[in-house]
Design a binder for this molecule. Sequence first.
Ligand code: ADP
Ligand code: MG
Length: 262
Amino acid sequence: MNQQRNELPATNGIVLETKDLKKIYMQGKVEIRALDGVNLKVEAGEFISVLGPSGSGKSTLLNMIGALDRPTSGTIMIEGQDIGQMNKNQLAEIRQHIGFVFQYFNLIGRLTALQNVELPMTVKGMNAQTRKEKAIEFMNLVGLGDRVKHRPSELSGGQQQRVAIARALAQEPRFMLMDEPTGNIDTRTRDEVLGLVKKLNDEHNVTVVIITHDAAVARMTKRTVYIVDGKLYNTHEEAIDAEQASRVLNDEKTHIDGGVPV
Ligand code: ADP
Ligand code: MG
């Protein structure tokens, strides 16, 4: 009964695609267009960041493409499958194939690092010996082969994030979805963690989507798209124009930080 996991078809190398995606929240009678017609296409092997200021719609987008919440309208395709047509169980199944990495690591404190990495494979019903071997492999891959028995509280922030990355790899993810993955670690550790992610992308062809407000993080990815007021832009210039237009209308908005990515 856990055999369904390899049935997703690979389609044209496109791992993720949204079309005219909208999410509208009602605040009393006021419409908040958290996502306002987002078209995003991610191909297998890409390393992409979505960069935007606070309140621009990043978390909302993450919830949509992570199959955690439903859009108001528009479509989301994951490997060619329209997740809008899926029932609860199918959504839960597809989420098992997304390698989530969160800002606060979300590791289970009473489990060892290795057990945390084993968890997704336990859920999939893999036998104990195989999943332990695989988990050790993933811990080695993230450079923590000597920390398997440590609990999260016995690890640094950067190490915890690397365990979270190993756990995401254990999902055999169609893509890795990282939400402000370096929001909670210092800049040196940030560069180490991003270096690891870059290596996974370069050497193991892991597809990575990072959602962030940090231009320094975006600079380390291979492609950046910008989100301002729920709309996506392909260049920094377009995003700045959109942001300036929006600041004229609403001056409490924060800025897209940092300079032009090089
Ligand atoms: P970001 O993650 O970029 O800071 P969010 O996606 O959290 O932005 O929010 C985008 C916009 O949608 C903001 O104006 C926010 O206030 C609004 N918003 C987010 N979630 C809700 C909700 N559940 N109900 C109402 N408004 C929301
Ligand atoms: Mg957010």
